[in-house]
Write a protein that binds this ligand. Sequence first.
Ligand SMILES: [Zn+2]
Length: 80
Amino acid sequence: MDETTDLLVRPCAHCGRPVAQKPGAGRPFRYCQDNDGACIKEARNSRQRQRHAPGLPGQVARTWEMVERMEQLATRSPKR
Ligand SMILES: [Zn+2]
């Protein structure tokens, strides 16, 4: 075992609490895993609301969606 990623932690994209990552799980967890996906739902809801907002909030929401889509593509494709 030469992996040092066992205790990798990322802040939740919604509330900022540290979220433990599972190395090798493929997709990183962006939100808390211990509250039944409440942060995921909340983030999604507020993004959907902001999406139709004019100006910057809508733009930010759409940018986040793009970032998540790109992340999914990146983690799905093989590393080589
Ligand atoms: Zn959270």
